[in-house]
Write a protein that binds this ligand. Structure first.
Ligand code: GLN
Length: 454
């Protein structure tokens, strides 16, 4: 049914870069056999899933939305993909994304933009717009995304889907093509909070192949979502972050956000205002740390080891081949960030930019610590606006970066966050999202409070 749906709507939505109909049907047939034999591998055995194209999939192309990896077929699975297979989830295919996960609209994909199923002239968010659009358009019931600065949560908000960024280290990054290693996390993109919890329990937990993976059991996520679904938040302290609301935020997004807070109060929660003064510097901090790490990560695309190789002329030197390949293979946004990152890391500027950014990052983490003394979870709208028109912000990098205002602090501090639909904004009838943040390792709180809003 999902393959039929993809065939019917993906020409217009363009959520997928690659559909593996044959593989998915074969996996589904195996699942059917297990169901008949009573030997299902997990509660999600047989439920198909779409995977963001930044995760290595054995035997399936993995492009990261970039020309430089066109045609590359990894010889191994990312740990999260291996866990999907071990739990019996058929993999439908790979979803579109901003090149190397840099962007907030999926327009920076080298393979064309994804369209928001709510309005095909609008963006589906980014960088994981393909995963969110696939779930919103009923092309897949579940998807995997990655969130370095909001790429699970912001697409979730603007497509009316649920997206959870786990605690840093809570889900393995092995086989995830790194954007910024200290910020990246893999997480679920779904239509309900319970689905996210179920998927998170499949992909999460310790992995010896990722040195930053936390060697501790996951908290009971599915139980927390079920508890929240009963609609009882008695005793839960909700902190509304002063710095992430107010002027400059779309009025319809703020109205739905306020209603979400009212719902929490009606469910028995207590609301407090919390101030996180350093959050106003989060965007600037992120856009130094991220390009620094990304420029270093992208150095490995040198035309020697993977994907594209461009010969400028016969007998060209290795360096000339590398230059020509990187020039042809990377898009404008990727080049912009390589230049920014290389500059920020260069000798003489390191202390002024990268070093300074790391200090502000610590202040942001401390703001979280102080806020979590007063509140069990923190809430804000996920994104300042609903989905904007395709092309609207493409030539204005700063306007594009501003979409991540509310999502970035969680990545800088490594704390978990979920985006849950809060309703449709009055001005345009488009979905808005509410973000629920919790202390590191307390992902269960996100699921409990999130499920209470459904
Ligand atoms: N919009 C952010 C960026 O462009 C999101 C990145 C991400 O989460 N992958 O960096």
């Amino acid at each position: 049914a999902h393959l039929d749906r993809i065939a019917a709507v993906d020409g217009a939505v363009h959520a997928f870069l690659h559909v593996d109909a044959e593989g998915a049907l074969a996996q589904a047939a195996e699942s059917d056999a297990r169901r008949a034999a009573g030997t299902l591998l997990s509660v999600l055995d047989g439920v198909p899933i779409a995977v963001k194209d930044v995760l290595a999939t054995n035997g399936l192309p993995t492009t990261c939305g970039s020309k430089i990896l066109e045609g590359w077929v990894p010889p191994y699975d990312a740990t999260v993909v291996r866990r999907l297979r071990e739990a019996g989830l058929p993999i439908l295919g790979k979803t579109n994304m901003d090149e190397f996960a840099m962007g907030s609209s999926t327009e920076h994909s080298a393979y064309g933009a994804t369209h928001n199923p709510w309005d095909l002239d609008r963006i589906p968010g980014g960088s994981g717009g393909g995963s969110a659009a696939a779930v919103a358009a009923f092309e897949a019931p579940l998807a995997l995304g990655t969130d370095t600065g909001g790429s699970i949560r912001q697409p979730g908000a603007v497509t009316g889907t649920v997206g959870h960024k786990p605690t840093y280290g809570g889900v393995s990054r092995y086989g995830l093509v790194a954007l910024a290693n200290s910020l990246d996390q893999v997480g679920p993109v779904t239509r309900t909070v319970l689905d996210s919890a179920l998927l998170h329990e499949v992909i999460g937990g310790h992995d010896p192949l990722d040195s930053t993976s936390i060697d501790q059991p996951l908290p009971p996520l599915v139980d927390a979502a079920k508890q929240g679904a009963d609609g009882d938040l008695t005793g839960v302290r909700i902190g509304v972050i002063t710095e992430l609301a107010g002027d400059g935020w779309q009025p319809g997004v703020m109205t739905r956000f306020q209603e979400s807070v009212d719902l929490m109060v009606a469910a028995g929660a207590e609301v407090v205002e919390v101030s996180c003064p350093s959050f106003v510097h989060a965007l600037a901090t992120y856009y130094l740390i991220l390009p620094a790490e990304a420029s270093s990560n992208l150095a490995k695309f040198d035309a020697m080891r993977y994907g594209l190789r461009v010969w400028p002329e016969e007998g060209a030197s290795a360096e000339e081949v590398m230059r020509a390949t990187r020039d042809a293979g990377f898009g404008d946004e990727v080049k912009r960030r390589i230049i920014l990152g290389t500059y920020a890391l260069s000798s003489g500027y390191y202390d002024a930019y990268y070093g300074q950014a790391q200090k502000v990052r610590t202040l942001i983490a401390r703001d979280f610590e102080a806020a979590f003394e007063k509140a069990d979870v923190l809430v804000s709208p996920t994104a300042p606006t609903t989905a904007f028109k395709l092309g609207e912000k493409l030539d204005d990098p700063i306007a594009m970066y501003l979409n991540d205002l509310a999502t970035i602090p969680a990545n800088l501090a490594g704390v978990p966050g979920i985006s849950v639909p809060s309703g449709l904004a009055d001005e345009d009838g488009l979905p808005a999202g509410v973000q629920i943040l919790a202390p590191a390792l307390a992902d269960d709180r996100c699921y409990r409070v999130g499920a209470a809003l459904e």
